[in-house]
Design a protein around this ligand. Structure first.
Ligand code: UFG
Length: 314
């Protein structure tokens, strides 16, 4: 298949592109390299350096059998500060990308959505049928694209998959997790463990057993496998929306303990107030991904996630 992968120099995009190249797909990678790292782009990918909103360039690249759209801004905390940037990048530019691809020919679209579309959900684990009620502009930007994509599917423009990631983590040796500005719990805790610097813990008064937020961590390699399965599943299905997680949640304190155990370093934890926009608990129901994609996580124990992330830095 001829597949466009946006955000190909990023953490999940590069890992997925590697699996696609390995199975013989023709992968064209799009990345503006604003946050992605060129050294992540796997051999065999044709890299085009451009924005997803660059209609002129993208029009010359098609037609494609499929597009897997990873590119976007990803920090829910930051999106509370600069919502306009999140809506412009994640919604405005994605609409330009989609409209341009439609005009040059596209059959299947796989979208990097997020558990952030749910917001504060009282039931756990979270089913895909739960209403979208995001608590951050980041989550809202993902929900808006899902709505737009649903209209295009209903009008018969293409087939589409929304993959709602829970907390992407872990790493492979070829693709360590590197963000230009790091905001995620596990990489920051590994940085703190390695450097012997203090670690901030945001919020200890949540309605959870130990007072800290609970998240469902899924290994980047498992996420990559799910994208490949989604591209293939769209051959037999008009649309799908599935959670990608493990169904098991860990509190922030449990994650910090796992980091201490894997690295052999004690963390100096500074307990701070809540970070705005953080839901208390996000744990996936994973039955739909198994049934629809035939996908179950294989590398996503907390131990393997933390260990693989730690080893990828050594
Ligand atoms: N946290 C800390 N200290 C830090 C960083 C994070 O205590 O230095 C806490 C956060 O407040 C939160 C938890 O660790 O309670 C996880 O935070 P992350 O920033 O690692 O991840 P989020 O859950 O905020 O968001 C991630 C992705 C989103 C995605 C979401 C889905 O960044 O894109 O998972 O579950 F939508």
């Amino acid at each position: 298949m001829r597949i466009l992968v946006t955000g190909v120099a990023g953490f999940i995009g590069s890992t997925t592109a590697e699996l696609l190249v390995a199975r013989g797909d023709d992968v064209i990678g799009l990345d503006n390299l604003s946050t992605g790292d060129i050294s992540n782009v796997p051999r065999g990918v044709t890299l085009v350096k451009a924005d997803i909103g660059d209609a002129v360039t993208i029009r010359t690249l098609g037609p494609f059998d499929a597009c897997i759209h990873f590119a976007g801004l990803i920090a829910s905390g930051e999106s509370m500060e600069v919502p306009e940037l999140y809506f412009e990048n994640n919604v405005g530019q994605t609409m330009t990308l989609l409209n341009t691809l439609l005009s040059s020919g596209l059959n299947h679209f796989v979208f990097s959505s997020s558990a952030a579309v749910y917001g504060d959900v009282t039931s756990s684990p979270i089913l895909e049928a739960s209403p979208m009620s995001p608590t951050s502009p980041y989550g809202a930007s993902k929900a808006m694209v899902e709505d737009y994509v649903a209209w295009l599917v209903r009008q018969g423009k293409f087939r589409a998959a929304n993959l709602r990631y829970f907390n992407a983590a872990g790493a492979t040796r070829a693709h360590p997790e590197r963000h230009a500005v790091e905001t995620h719990l596990i990489p920051l805790a590994l940085d703190a463990a390695a450097a012997g610097t203090p670690m901030s813990l945001f919020g200890t008064d949540y309605p959870t057993p130990d007072g800290t937020c609970i998240r469902d961590y899924v290994h980047v390699l498992d996420l990559a496998r799910a994208h490949v399965a989604a591209v293939d599943t769209l051959a037999n299905r008009e649309s799908l929306t599935v959670n990608l997680g493990t169904g098991v949640g860990y509190s922030n304190r449990e994650v910090l303990r796992a980091v201490e155990s894997v690295t052999g370093h004690d963390l100096e934890v500074r307990e701070l107030g809540r970070r705005p926009g953080d839901p208390a608990t996000l744990v996936a129901s994973v039955a739909a991904a198994k049934e629809i994609l035939g996908w179950t996580p294989q590398h996503s124990s907390l131990e393997e996630i933390v260990r693989s992330a730690w080893e990828s830095r050594q």
